[in-house]
Design a protein around this ligand. Structure first.
Ligand SMILES: [Cu+2]
Length: 342
């Protein structure tokens, strides 16, 4: 009897150990990292980003080899074209709006450096304090997401515990203002062992809103209208930083191909009903994690800061418009296209 009891207890212990190790295998659960360091060693030159796996939208670079990556993004203040011929006084990560897409895999460690170079910009754009918040990270936000002054550099480490598509953004008060000015981007964390499907094409899309004053400044550029920001009345809603951008620069695919889109809605305040006209999402992975799978979806609803991976087949030759199906947003520029005409 005692032996049977001992065997039963041992089996239970073994089962829990297996369950625990399985859980740990799925999600790395690497917690704890050195305290962030603030310094003044600003990088020189005209490059504002550095590191493997970084790409400008809509491109996605292959996930880099190795498990530790040094990634650098600099903050700049820059005039950006947010609609055809409309120049906007934006604040950037990596000198672009949205910032570069960071591609890593689950379990990778990122040694990240942020330099606030807003003091080296055009004199009409005042230097500002800035910071960065990675939704893909699990760290002490008070430490890692601290605000740095113009001219300062911040370095900290984080590990990508969960697969998915995650937003990063400036977290300096007033956060709403820093988000409205363009300080956001996407991190893609590929799952351990890769995705369960193979695709022919992949692209990244970041949706966001721009709120411009009614009249330009004396140099013809537009500043942020904080009154419109607070009322959630965007002038433009854009995929990848410019209203209707991918109508004029369509994404390419061929009939019969399977396409994967990594989508993040950066907001700052609006939702997105993301839809591709003429096809159905074969798979939707909510937040980009294949465990959260939906099939046969017409639209995926993304609140501000939410993301998803959608996959679909191009059924035949044609032009497939993607849209925020909240049609006021589409009307304000949340439109693009996949050109599969040949
Ligand atoms: Cu900022």
């Amino acid at each position: 009897m005692k032996t049977m009891f001992a065997v039963a207890v041992c089996s239970l212990v073994m089962m829990s150990l297996i369950a625990c190790s399985g859980k740990n295998k799925s999600y790395g659960e690497a917690y704890g990292s050195p305290e962030a360091q603030t310094g003044t060693e600003a990088p020189a030159g005209e490059t504002f980003m550095d590191g493997p796996g970084l790409s400008l939208l809509p491109d996605v670079k292959p996930v880099p080899e190795g498990t530790e990556h040094h990634i650098r993004l600099d903050v700049t203040h820059k005039v950006i074209e947010v609609a055809d011929g409309v120049k906007y006084r934006g604040w950037t990560f990596g000198d672009d709006i949205p910032g570069p897409t960071i591609h890593v895999k689950q379990g990778d460690k990122i040694i990240f450096t942020l330099t606030n170079r807003s003091d080296k910009m055009a004199s009409f754009m005042a230097p500002m304090p800035h910071s960065i918040d990675f939704h893909a990270a699990m760290v002490n936000p008070v430490d890692k997401y601290r605000t740095i002054l113009p001219g300062q550099t911040l370095t900290f480490e984080w590990t990508a515990n969960y697969p998915g598509v995650f937003m990063y953004h400036c977290a300096t008060a007033m956060v709403l203002q820093h988000l409205a000015a363009g300080m956001y981007g996407m991190t893609i964390v590929e799952p351990t062992g890769g995705y369960p499907t193979k695709v022919d094409r992949e692209y990244a899309l970041v949706q966001s809103e721009f709120y411009l004053k009614g009249e330009p400044e004396s140099d013809g550029t537009y500043d942020t209208d904080m009154n419109a920001v607070e009322k959630k009345q965007p002038t433009y809603v854009a995929f990848n930083g410019k209203a209707n951008r991918h109508l004029f620069e369509p994404l390419k695919a061929k009939p019969g191909e399977r396409v994967r889109l990594y989508v993040v809605n950066a907001g700052p305040s609006d939702t997105s009903s993301f839809h591709v006209i003429g096809t159905i999402f074969d798979r939707v992975w909510i937040e980009g994690n294949p465990v959260n799978e939906l099939r046969g979806m017409q639209t995926i609803l993304l609140g501000a800061s939410s993301g998803a991976i959608v996959e679909f087949t191009i059924p035949e030759k044609g032009k497939y418009v993607f849209v925020d199906h909240e049609f006021t947003d589409a009307h304000h520029g949340a439109l693009g296209a996949i050109d599969a005409s040949e």
